[in-house]
Design a protein around this ligand. Structure first.
Ligand code: GYE
Length: 337
């Protein structure tokens, strides 16, 4: 009897031990599958450019910078063999938003968005996110929450403004009066450049007036004409900070017509296009702050990483410099844009 009881007890204990050692799958609740990184495509981790459709709702064709930027994306797509869905919003945010929505509908792999202005992107970026489509903000910045996009690749516009200010501080140690011809109102490029410029400009240099020329030659010309009617060149102002080379070229036309000679005014521009280099060779610009439009290769590489589920940096800044007239003639033939 005693033996039988002991045996029964041992059997019960043994079965409990065995149960405890049974494979976890039959015991614990199933583990949730690891969440896949946002934007990862079904071809991951072996996606190639042939699998990629990139939406590029370009903001416009307002400047030589923009033309070079567009060409950079188109030639990269051709070289790598990915599909580029290109559109031109003609500097209108509503056109860009419609283009982004069309790309979401189409189910593209990635959207590379160069936002014409900073504000007003929250709704459409949320739509892209809800559709599982990653967005890379290209060139100019957005004010939307960074959780709504994967990354921003572009120039440090504040630094560009600071670099321009340093040129005026160097030229006018005992102060001056200057004008500003600014870019598209509300655009990351104009906001950043104006901010950096004011941050670093010496307090004895006064910005007498600031008007927008919308980054175009055509719009800068009448703005400069109006400036020249209001202020006497050399007396009421000694210099101009111009937010891009195209507006600079428009302004030069107005200056020439008013009898102003190269070198009469201290002019600093931004971009470093061939037109800007030519203006330095001709003596009109005294410095040109570089802003590099050739962003296609970097953006394509990042897009592929995202498709393959790899992590990317949230903010990628372009490495840039300042150019001067002393070697402008020598560098001009080497300029790519
Ligand atoms: O400086 C200007 C263009 O967003 C950085 O836009 C870009 C600016 C560039 O029209 O020429």
């Amino acid at each position: 009897m005693f033996r039988f009881k002991t045996l029964a007890f041992l059997i019960v204990v043994a079965s409990m031990v065995l149960a405890a050692c049974a494979p976890a799958a039959t015991q614990a609740p199933a583990q949730p599958a690891a969440e896949k990184p946002f934007g990862q495509a079904s071809c991951a981790p072996n996606c190639g450019y042939k699998d990629m459709t990139m939406c590029f709702p370009q903001l416009g064709a307002e400047s030589d910078w923009r033309t070079a930027d567009t060409a950079s994306f188109k030639s990269e797509a051709e070289k790598d063999g990915f599909k580029l869905v290109f559109s031109d919003a003609q500097q209108k945010q509503e056109n860009q938003i419609s283009a982004v929505r069309a790309c979401i509908q189409q189910g593209v792999s990635v959207i590379a968005l160069p936002p014409v202005v900073e504000d007003g992107w929250d709704a459409v970026l949320t739509e892209a996110k809800n559709a599982g489509i990653p967005v890379i903000i290209v060139d100019r910045s957005v004010s939307a929450d960074p959780s709504l996009y994967m990354s921003h690749i572009g120039s440090d516009m504040v630094l560009e403004g600071q670099r321009a200010a340093a040129e005026f501080n160097k030229k006018f140690p005992s102060g001056a009066k200057i004008l500003e011809l600014s870019g598209t109102t509300g655009s990351g490029a104009a906001v950043g450049r104006a901010k950096g410029f004011r941050q670093d400009l010496n307090s004895n240099i006064t910005i007498v007036d600031s008007q927008t020329g919308n980054f175009t030659r055509a719009e800068a010309l009448p703005v400069m004409q109006a400036f020249l009617q209001k202020y006497k060149a050399g007396t009421d102002f000694q210099g101009i900070f111009i937010h891009n080379d195209d507006m600079g070229i428009g302004a030069i036309e107005a200056l020439k017509a008013a009898g102003v000679k190269p070198g009469d005014l201290f002019i600093v521009s931004v971009d470093g296009t061939r037109g800007g280099f030519q203006a330095m060779v001709d003596g009109w610009f005294q410095a040109d702050v570089e802003c590099n439009p050739l962003l296609g290769p970097q953006v394509a590489e990042m897009a592929l990483k995202i498709m393959n589920g790899q992590s990317v940096d949230k903010n990628v800044l372009t490495n840039e410099t300042v150019y001067y007239p002393d070697n402008a003639a020598e560098l001009l033939p080497t300029r790519q844009y």
